[in-house]
Design a binder for this molecule. Sequence first.
Ligand code: NCN
Ligand code: DMD
Length: 376
Amino acid sequence: MLESTIAAIRPLDDAAMAAARELHGRLTKPAGSLGALEELSVRLAGLAGACPPPLPERAAVAIFAGDHGVHAQGVSPWPQEVTAQMIANFLAGGAVVNAFARQAGAAVTVVDVGVATPIPTAGTEPLDPAGGASVLDPAGSARLLDPAVPRLVDANVRPGTADLTVTAALTRDEARAAVETGVRVADELIDAGAGILLTGDMGIGNTTPAAALIAAFTGADPAAATGRGTGVDDATYQRKVDVVRAALERHRPDPTDPLGVLATVGGLEHAALAGLILGAAARRVPVLLDGVIAGSAALAAAAFAPDAVGAMVAGHRSAEPGATLALRKLALDALIDLGLRLGEGTGALLALPVVTGAVRVLHEVATFDSAGVAEK
Ligand SMILES: O=C(O)c1ccc[n+]([C@@H]2O[C@H](COP(=O)([O-])O)[C@@H](O)[C@H]2O)c1
Ligand SMILES: Cc1cc2nc[nH]c2cc1C
């Protein structure tokens, strides 16, 4: 299934991009005056294979949640239980992601791919194991995209990764299962009508494997790729750098083998996010990236399928230094840069109106000809 998804990912459509550039030249504004929005709209035309591309309506943020064996090394000041407790908060609508999703009109899907402690809630829904049409709600998949009702999908591969300083975080089969879960979530949300997917993550300790993945895929030194996550003190930060360096020395991950990199130094939510990105790219639907965890997953997705980058839009530039390294390697410019470092999909949600605006211009703005405006 992973292989067929990768095989379906194709380059951007040149003719649609040329049409979008030509249309931009006729719209009632000085050429280039919409800055980065112009090239973004051109890329989205290339992704859709149409000019104008569809408006990115019915947005859906997928928050993949997992825990991390490396937490035992003291890389985060927060207890592991916060992962499960924050999921309950997401489902109750009380987290920052919920506030921003309500503002953006986006649906929230929380996917447990590897939480280690019990989630203080009931009513999880199984993901269709066959990967076919959605079985979550045969009566009406529109419910999947209801912004008012966050939902939880139970796709737990294992209760947290192993400690990557001691052994591989995951087996290859576990990494593959998580990636394929991400592909299935993308398919399900797109089948339900989502016009754009947004990445979200929740996992105490997950900035450590994110840094290791970014170092593995970019070749950056662990000290350059590692950040302070939720806000660790100097001693914890130094320990994180040492942990990332030790993991890379132990496993020597091969960046041309993304499944091996995800298995040895990654995490379940990182792997699932890579799958979500691949799934969106295969369906030619844009995927708006959040922070450093999404950046590390995007590097894995690009290693699986270089053309997947065509579907990626960098929502924001996280304060984590690894996020900047990842975006540089992917040659993506972030739409907003506000020093955010929360995760959950919050930065991607704030960037959503920028993406919609970029496309709306191609739909609604008059041409010099039609509006009777003189050209220079
Ligand atoms: O999105 C980001 O760039 C980001 C940066 C720092 C922290 N986070 C979030 O904080 C958690 C991980 O932080 P830590 O310090 O426990 O590794 C996890 O739940 C992430 O969603 C997220
Ligand atoms: C409270 C809290 C909320 C979060 N949201 C994403 N990561 C988080 C980490 C913590 C600690």
